[in-house]
Write a new protein. Structure first.
Ligand SMILES: Cc1cc2nc3c(=O)[nH]c(=O)nc-3n(C[C@H](O)[C@H](O)[C@H](O)COP(=O)(O)OP(=O)(O)OC[C@H]3O[C@@H](n4cnc5c(N)ncnc54)[C@H](O)[C@@H]3O)c2cc1C
Lengths: 471, 251
C-alpha cells in the first residue's frame, strides 16, 4: 500500500495519535473472542472530532478503508479489519470526555470513546441513572454501544441503546460532520437522521459523540431467583409480573440448571442458593425510583412468585442481590471454563418462545450427542443466548467442526418461528451468510441503497453487515 | 425449654455508598437501602443452626428501632426465627450502646434465654460495645468475636480470631456471644418461609413497657466525609519511581 497517505495521516494525528508496530498494536487486530484476526498498516487514535473528520477526508481522497473501533468487545468481528493489510483502524478511545450533564433535562452528552462504566458513573454522581447495562461495561464504549445498538439486562424496562439516544454527532464518509446533539425529546423536523447510524456497525458513519437519556435512580429493588418447571411456566410468570408490577419489572432472565451448575463450579463466590436442584431458573427484579413504595414492590414480587413459581429465594440485602446477579453475569465466563461452545444470539416472539426452546432443544439432544443445550438470557425480551456447550471429555475440534451445520439448523428453525438470527450482537463479518439467507431481497436492496447514499466509495468498515451484492 | 435471643439492628446496607446530609448533621438515609446489620445476620444464622441441631427450641429475634424496623424483623422471621420483638424508638432517635444493653437486659429477664447472640458491632456506628455491656449488666460470661461456637451440655467452646492467632475460650451458659465475619454464611430467604413468616408473632413494646429510660450521653458535633484519595500517577520504571519518591522526601 502507498506510503504517502499513511504518512499524511500520521502527521495529522501526531506521535501520540497512532500505532504502526509493536505488541500494543496486536490488541487492535484481534477481536475479543479470538474468532477473527486481521492486518492493518496503521491504528489511528485521533484526539477530537476535528481530527476524526480530517482522517476520514484523507482516507476518502485515497479510498482507504476505515475500520472504526471502540472497546473491541463486539461479538461479531465488526471492529476487526480484513487480512488485506490495507484498512486502517480508527479507535475512538481518546475521545473520552463527558461534555455535559443536564440533570433538569435528564440528558448527558458524552464523547464516543467514553466507556459505558464511565458514563454510568457520571450519571450516578449527578444522582441519575444511565440504564444500559452489559457485562462488558468496563471496556465497551458509547460509540460501540451506539454502533451495535447494544441490549443487555435492562432492555425490558428501558429499551435498547436506540431508545436511549437523543442525538448524535457523526462524521460522514466524506469528512462532513452532522452536529446532532440536541437534547430534544421531540423533533419531527424531517427524517431522524441519527437513527440511521444506531446499529449500523460503523458502515454508515463514525459516531464521535452522543446525547443520551438519563433516568431517576431506582432506590428500592426487589430481587429474586425463582425456580420454574419449564420455559412455558417462566413465560406465565413473566406475564403475571408484567400485569402486577408494570414498568417496575426491570429484569427477567432465564437460566437452565446447567448455567447454575457451571457457575457454581467455575466462578468463585457463586453458589446454588437452593437446597434442591430445579430444571429452570429465572432471575427477576422489580425496581422503584421513589422510596416508600419499597416494601410494596417486595410484597408484589413475593405474592406473584408464590402463585407462579415452584420455589424462590429473595435477596434480603444488596450483597445477596449482587451474588444472584453474579451468577447470571458469569454464565459466559463459566462456559469458557467448561470447554467449547457454539453460540446463537436469537430472538423469537415471546408467545412461541417456550415451544421453540422445546423443539430446538429436542433437536440438539437427538443430533448433537457431544453437546448440551444451555439456553439462557433475556427471556423478557424474547432474546436467548441459545448456546450449545461441549460435554466433558469430548473432542473440542470435532465438536466445533459441526458448528456451521448447527448454526444453519437453529437459524432455520428461528426463521420458521418468525424470529431473528441476531437479536443484539449485530452482524459484523460473522453473520454475512445469514444476512443473505434470511433477509428478503427487498430489505437487502434498501440497505444497499442506504449504504450507497451515505458511503458511495465503500470506505466505511468495508465487508461488514452487508453481503456483497449479487453474489 | 432453652431459648436463644438474637439482637439485630436496622442499618444502611453494607453495599450502599454512604453519603452525608448536606449540613453534616448525619448520614443521609432518604431513599437508601436499609438491611439487617451483617454481623447480626450472622448471629441469627448461628442461632438458627443451633436450634436446628437441637440445642434450643426457640429463637427470638429482637430489635430496637423505628416502626419500619418491622421489615427487618419480618426478614429475620422468614430466615427462620420463631418470633420477634420490636422495641419501638422514635424515628431518628439515637440509641446508644448502654441504652441498647439495658433494653436487651430487660428482654433477657423476661425471656430467660440460655444464649444471647449479637453482632460484634453495627456497621453504622461501629461502637462494638452492646454485647459486652449486656454481659456485664447481666453478670454472665461473654465470648466476643466468635468465629466458631460449639455447645456441649451447659458449656460453650468459642474460637476467636485475635492478633496473635486463634484463641479458644470455654464459657458457662447462659452467656453472651458476639459474632465475627467468618462464623458462617447466612442463608437466602426462601419463598415458602416468607409466606410462613407473615403469620409468625411480631410484638411491639416501648421502652416504658420494659422499664428502661433511654439516655443520650454522647453528643455528636458533626460528620464529615473521609478525605478524597489522591489520584495515582504511573511511572515508567524503578528509576522514575525512586526519583519521584525522593522528590517528595519519602525515601
Ligand atoms: C462479557 C461481555 C458481555 C456482553 N454482553 C452484551 C449484552 O448483554 N448485550 C449486548 O448487546 N452486547 C453484549 N456484549 C457485546 C459488546 O459488548 C457490545 O456489542 C458493545 O456494544 C460493543 O461496544 P465496543 O465499544 O466494544 O465496540 P467494538 O467491539 O469496538 O465495535 C463494535 C462495532 O461497532 C463499530 N464501532 C465502534 N465504535 C464506533 C464508532 N464510534 N462509530 C462507528 N462505529 C463504531 C465497530 O466498527 C464494530 O462494527 C458483551 C460483550 C462481552 C465481552
Amino acid at each position: 500500500m502507498k506510503n504517502a497517505p499513511l504518512e499524511a495521516l500520521k502527521a495529522l494525528v501526531g506521535p501520540a495519535g497512532y500505532l504502526d508496530a509493536g505488541p500494543d498494536m496486536d490488541l487492535y487486530l484481534t477481536d475479543f473472542r479470538r474468532l477473527h484476526r486481521g492486518r492493518s498498516p496503521l491504528v489511528l487514535l485521533p484526539a477530537n472530532t476535528g481530527q476524526v473528520a480530517q482522517v476520514v477526508r484523507i482516507c476518502a481522497q485515497h479510498r482507504i478503508g476505515i475500520v472504526p473501533q471502540g472497546g473491541n468487545t463486539g461479538y461479531c468481528g465488526g471492529a476487526t479489519p480484513d487480512d488485506s493489510g490495507t484498512q486502517v483502524i480508527l479507535a475512538l478511545q481518546r475521545l473520552n470526555r463527558i461534555r455535559q450533564i443536564d440533570p433538569l433535562g435528564d440528558a448527558i452528552t458524552v464523547e464516543a470513546g467514553c466507556t459505558l462504566a464511565q458514563v454510568r458513573q457520571a450519571a450516578e454522581s449527578a444522582d441519575r441513572l444511565f440504564p444500559l447495562s452489559l457485562g462488558s461495561e468496563g471496556t465497551c464504549q458509547i460509540g460501540g454501544n451506539v454502533a451495535t445498538n447494544a441490549g443487555g439486562t435492562a432492555v425490558l424496562r428501558y429499551g435498547m441503546m436506540r431508545a436511549l439516544v437523543l442525538g448524535l454527532e457523526v462524521v460522514l464518509a466524506d469528512g462532513r460532520v452532522i452536529e446532532g446533539l440536541k437534547p430534544l425529546r421531540k423533533d419531527n423536523s424531517g427524517y431522524r437522521l441519527h437513527e440511521l447510524f444506531i446499529g449500523s456497525e460503523g458502515t454508515l458513519g463514525i459516531v464521535t459523540a452522543a446525547c443520551l437519556k438519563l433516568f431517576p435512580r431506582p432506590v428500592e429493588r426487589a430481587t429474586a431467583l425463582a425456580a420454574v418447571a419449564d420455559p412455558a411456566a417462566a413465560v406465565q410468570l413473566l406475564s403475571a409480573l408484567r400485569t402486577a408490577a408494570g414498568e417496575q419489572l426491570s429484569t427477567f432472565e432465564l437460566m437452565p440448571r446447567l448455567a447454575v451448575e457451571l457457575t457454581s463450579r467455575h466462578i468463585p463466590g457463586v453458589r446454588d442458593p437452593f437446597s434442591s436442584a430445579y430444571e429452570w431458573y429465572v432471575l427477576t427484579e422489580l425496581a422503584a425510583s421513589n422510596s416508600g413504595s419499597g416494601s410494596g414492590i417486595q410484597t408484589t414480587l413475593e405474592e406473584i412468585l408464590a402463585a407462579h413459581a415452584t420455589d424462590a429465594v429473595v435477596a434480603t440485602n444488596l450483597q445477596q442481590r449482587e451474588a444472584l446477579w453474579r451468577m447470571r453475569e458469569t454464565v459466559p465466563e463459566a462456559q469458557r471454563h467448561a470447554g467449547a461452545s457454539i453460540k446463537h444470539d436469537i430472538a423469537v416472539p415471546i408467545s412461541v418462545i417456550a415451544r421453540f426452546i422445546r423443539e430446538a432443544g429436542d433437536w440438539v439432544t437427538a443430533n448433537v450427542p457431544d453437546g448440551q443445550l444451555i439456553a439462557y438470557g433475556h427471556l423478557g425480551d424474547g432474546n436467548l443466548h441459545f448456546n450449545i456447550q461441549q460435554r466433558p471429555d469430548t473432542d473440542a475440534a470435532q465438536f466445533l467442526a459441526r458448528a456451521p451445520h448447527i448454526h444453519r439448523t437453529i437459524h432455520d428453525l428461528v426463521a420458521a418461528y418468525g424470529g431473528t438470527f441476531s437479536a443484539e450482537h449485530g452482524i459484523g463479518q460473522l453473520k454475512l451468510e445469514d444476512m443473505r439467507r434470511y433477509k428478503s431481497p427487498t430489505e437487502l436492496a434498501v440497505m444497499h441503497a442506504m449504504k450507497q447514499a451515505l458511503d458511495p466509495q465503500g470506505i466505511l468498515n468495508p465487508g461488514k453487515v452487508l453481503p456483497a451484492a449479487g453474489t | 425449654m432453652a431459648k436463644i435471643l438474637v439482637a439485630i439492628k436496622r442499618v444502611v446496607d453494607y453495599n450502599v455508598r454512604i453519603r452525608l446530609k448536606p449540613d453534616g448533621s448525619g448520614v443521609a438515609t432518604e431513599g437508601v437501602k436499609l438491611s439487617i446489620n451483617p454481623f447480626d445476620e450472622i448471629a441469627l444464622e448461628e442461632a438458627l443452626r443451633m436450634r436446628d441441631r437441637g440445642a434450643a427450641e426457640e429463637v427470638i429475634v429482637a430489635s430496637i428501632g423505628p416502626a419500619e424496623t418491622q421489615q427487618q424483623l419480618r426478614t429475620a422471621l422468614a430466615m427462620g426465627a420463631d418470633r420477634a420483638v420490636l422495641v419501638q424508638a422514635d424515628a431518628g432517635a439515637v440509641v446508644e450502646p448502654l441504652t441498647a444493653a439495658r433494653t436487651l437486659l430487660a428482654l433477657v429477664e423476661r425471656e430467660k434465654p440460655q444464649i444471647v447472640i449479637l453482632g460484634k458491632q453495627a456497621i453504622d456506628d461501629d461502637n462494638n460495645q452492646t454485647g459486652q455491656m449486656l454481659a456485664a449488666l447481666w453478670d454472665r460470661p461473654q465470648a466476643t468475636f466468635a468465629s466458631t461456637i460449639e455447645l456441649k451440655d451447659d458449656k460453650a467452646t468459642v474460637r476467636r480470631e485475635v492478633d496473635t492467632g486463634l484463641e479458644t475460650l470455654e464459657v458457662d451458659l447462659p452467656a453472651v456471644f458476639t459474632t465475627d465475619l467468618r462464623l458462617n454464611e447466612p442463608r437466602y430467604v426462601k419463598l415458602p418461609d416468607i409466606m410462613k413468616a407473615k403469620k409468625k408473632p411480631l410484638e411491639t413494646v416501648t421502652f416504658t413497657d420494659l422499664g428502661v429510660t433511654p439516655k443520650q450521653q454522647v453528643e455528636v458535633s458533626h460528620y464529615e466525609p473521609p478525605p478524597v484519595r489522591q489520584k495515582g500517577v504511573m511511572v515508567k520504571d524503578v528509576a522514575e519511581l525512586v526519583g519521584a519518591l525522593k522528590k517528595r522526601g519519602l525515601v
